[in-house]
Design a protein around this ligand. Sequence first.
Ligand SMILES: Nc1nc2c(ncn2[C@@H]2O[C@H](COP(=O)(O)OP(=O)(O)OP(=O)(O)O)[C@@H](O)[C@H]2O)c(=O)[nH]1
Ligand SMILES: [Zn+2]
Length: 324
Amino acid sequence: MRGTVVKLDRGYPLVRSEDGVECRCEHATSLVKGARVRATTGDVVEFSMPAGHDKGVIEKVLPRRNAFVRKDPAERSIPQVLAANFDTVMVAEPLQGISIRRLERELVLAYKSDAQVIVLLTKADLIEDETELAEVRGLVERVAQGTDVLVISANDPASVEAVRAKVPEGTVAILLGKSGVGKSSLVNLLVGSEVQATGSIRERDGRGRHTTVSREMVEIPGGGCVVDMPGIRGLALWDADEGIGAAFSDVEELAESCKFRDCRHENEPGCAVRAAIKAGTLAPERLESYRRLKDETEHLRKRDEEAQRIRSRTGHPRRRRRNN
Ligand SMILES: Nc1nc2c(ncn2[C@@H]2O[C@H](COP(=O)(O)OP(=O)(O)OP(=O)(O)O)[C@@H](O)[C@H]2O)c(=O)[nH]1
Ligand SMILES: [Zn+2]
């Protein structure tokens, strides 16, 4: 049978078959061995229902159209796929207490997936001052570089409708953002009922409690599907060069005019990036962020290469132990 993973249920993929039957599944041993294939929300899988089993068995994960990938926070150098086969990434940041650094990181990973990207600035009702709103918008637009930015509020139905219009029938959108930014509230408003538990905000520091546990694909009436991603704490980059290129096209375009191909934009003569900063056409923070994210990917790449070298020299450590 063929089906789509609609949720991770305590680690087990919940698969909805083509005729609408849902079934908790585990992975066939052949899938998990060596290659570490794990089905994730949005994956299309082939599965069977062996007699006498309480769970289905995923035999095959079909090739992914795209994926949202970060470095597995529990592993030194292994990627973790958080969602697959989606059309849109909605990146939510709160208007109040927005972190531009986090937004940049979220955008790098979002662009990398090749999906359409939209920025949602949430809790607009908490900002009374129009100038403050314009200021934040300006900062965000500089970073988002032409990506759609929607300002939304749970008590402004028109703003919620604007989001619905971005998720037409037949499409899947993933919703990303720190815990407490209002993702579950938005999903509930889009669906029209309380399908997701929302957390109450801690008054003093404005940080939300982590309430979303699984990445569930939820159907929106009159629209497509939305996947609420958990309040992801660490978004460590994985293989992010392309994403950085897209998120920092302003820096990379300038860099093409640097005199040296491998210019580090430090003290080299003929550096177009530094020239732009001097001329005031590029904010110095853009170069700082670009460097930081590039360094992080470089560091990770080295670690990954190291790990691969060790693996190829000694064979898979677990297998070796078993043979001895
Ligand atoms: N003032 C205001 N509060 C909001 C808005 N949207 C959500 N909230 C509140 O913010 C808190 C957190 O909202 P959630 O929807 O649970 O946040 P979340 O992003 O889903 O959080 P996690 O599930 O932990 O990832 C709740 O108390 C909501 O009632 C809004 O537009 N304005
Ligand atoms: Zn340069």
